[in-house]
Design a protein around this ligand. Structure first.
Ligand code: ADP
Ligand code: MG
Length: 340
């Protein structure tokens, strides 16, 4: 009798030990998947305790990005932003809490970057039409669209959750901040679906959470703005976002001058002071908004702003190719010896 009790207790203990070991011995599984979303390649790296959860979490991430694309894309006629744009000069439009959040963050970013970041530059970007026309617009053409880029004519009512563009022809475009926001939201969806760590990368806008199996951070390369496919520097991230704005993605050259897709809202000309701006911050919304805004502000004012923001760092390649690293990232950025 006593024997049996001891045996069953032993069995119980062994069973418990079995549970404990399977739970803790299991090496996490890493799954990496890529899809085309928001007009770009989206790669999700998903870490979970088993393959099924890793896949489910990756799918949840993609689904969330799809949901946000349906709200924010100006390429989709039925999106909330397209409906606000179509109602410019006519009526305010009620929007979702997510759209409201991106717009409020965009206005905050405009304040922080002293107007460098401006989600109303769309009509001016169109006048340049960097990819289709490859022709420099006249000063007259640019001045004609200037009133449409005035942020004082964008009315966001947080209580009513409405957005109104006061002048016909005005247009919002969150291309400079939306991908970072989508990365943040995809991370939340992945965590809910059981991922313990991961990366959501919408081309140059990436957000990480947790660590790789084995306890290392996620490694990233910062692109060289003048050598195709070359890495300028390396950095490891944990629970941070990284985002790069550069003049090398979409541009044309005429008489030795490079015309690209990030406009200075003051001059309505392509911003001239930087080749690339990489920002590291806690969340993607901040990193993505700041890279575009600082690209416009230029190296000196941009670095001064970065130094004032806690938990935010930047690597700036200025117009002459000189590399500037803010104090938050000093000691964390490893230059690629091949390009020194
Ligand atoms: P991408 O990853 O698409 O290159 P960026 O973060 O570099 O995104 O932002 C560039 C996009 O932002 C442009 O395609 C344009 O739609 C928009 N844009 C251009 N100039 C500005 C600006 N001064 N402020 C905010 N958005 C801008
Ligand atoms: Mg950006």
């Amino acid at each position: 009798m006593r024997y049996r009790l001891v045996l069953s207790c032993l069995g119980c203990l062994l069973f418990l030990a079995g549970c404990v070991t399977t739970k803790f011995d299991q090496t996490p599984v890493v799954v990496k998947r890529t899809q085309m979303q928001m007009g770009t390649l989206v790669t999700i790296t998903s870490v979970a305790l088993d393959r099924q959860h890793a896949h489910e979490a990756a799918s949840a991430g993609f689904q969330e990005i799809h949901r946000l694309e349906e709200l924010l894309s100006t390429w989709i006629a039925t999106s909330e932003l397209s409906r606000v744009n179509a109602a410019a000069g006519k009526v305010p439009i009620r929007v979702s809490a997510d759209t409201l959040k991106v717009l409020e963050a965009s206005l905050e970013m405009a304040r922080m970057t002293e107007g460098g970041f401006n989600i109303l530059v769309g009509p001016a970007v169109e006048a340049w039409s960097v990819l289709d026309r490859q022709k420099v617009p006249s000063a007259l053409q640019l001045e004609a669209v200037r009133p449409l880029t005035d942020l004082r004519s964008l009315h966001v009512n947080a209580e009513q959750r409405t957005v109104y563009l006061a002048k016909p022809g005005m247009r919002m475009d969150v291309g400079g901040i939306g991908k970072g926001f989508a990365a943040d939201m995809a991370v939340v969806a992945m965590q809910k679906a059981g991922a313990t760590a991961g990366v959501v990368a919408l081309s140059g806008d990436m957000r990480t959470f947790g660590q790789l199996p084995g306890g290392s951070r996620f490694p990233f390369g910062i692109r060289h703005p003048r050598r195709e496919e070359a890495v300028l520097a390396f950095i490891d991230l944990q629970d941070e976002a990284i985002s790069t704005a550069g003049d090398y993605e979409r541009y044309f050259e005429q008489a030795g001058v490079r015309y690209h897709h990030i406009l200075d809202p003051i001059t309505l000309q392509p911003a001239r002071d930087c080749q690339s701006v990489t920002v590291v911050a806690r969340d993607g919304l901040m990193a993505d908004g700041l890279d575009t805004g600082i690209f416009v502000m230029g190296r000196e004012r941009g670095l001064a702003l970065i130094e004032r923001l806690p938990g935010v760092g930047a690597v700036i390649v200025d117009r002459s190719g000189e590399i500037w690293i803010s104090s938050y990232l000093k000691g964390r950025v490893r230059m690629n010896a091949a390009h020194e």
